[in-house]
Design a protein. Structure first.
Length: 131
């Protein structure tokens, strides 16, 4: 399994050119496995929509229904283990709770996190996609 950061999930669903080809290829190679999306990404997307910081081609509820039903996509719940891990991340990590939960989700599931977030990419305690 792999985990997609919120922006990666959105770009992937939209076929957005902001998704680097290397990430798109990595996701495609894992379509037969599970492609995980943290439940917090649904909240993060809803907040972006609420504050009109993202344009969706349809209503939020419809977009979520479609995006969560992509083949191979698995919604990963916020479990007590993930909540606890998000507060115990090793080393120094920034204070964004959504990013903490997404990183903790990838760590608990022991799988790579696909992201373009510079702060997450610089964090050495989470797996990144291998070429």
């Amino acid at each position: 399994m792999i985990v997609l950061d919120t922006h990666t999930w959105i770009w992937w669903v939209h076929g957005d050119s902001q998704l680097p080809q290397t990430d798109a290829d990595f996701i495609k190679r894992h379509e037969s496995d599970a492609i995980g999306v943290s439940a917090i990404s649904c909240w993060e997307l809803a907040k972006l929509y609420q504050y009109q910081r993202i344009n969706l081609p349809c209503e939020l509820s419809e977009w979520l229904d479609l995006a969560l039903n992509y083949p191979g996509l698995r919604l990963l719940p916020l479990t007590p283990a993930i909540a606890m891990e998000s507060t115990l991340l090793p080393g120094i990590f920034h204070r964004d709770p959504a990013d903490q939960i997404i990183v903790a989700t990838a760590r608990i599931h022991d799988c790579p996190l696909v992201t373009q977030d510079a702060k997450i990419l610089a964090y050495p305690h989470v797996k990144k996609p291998a070429s």
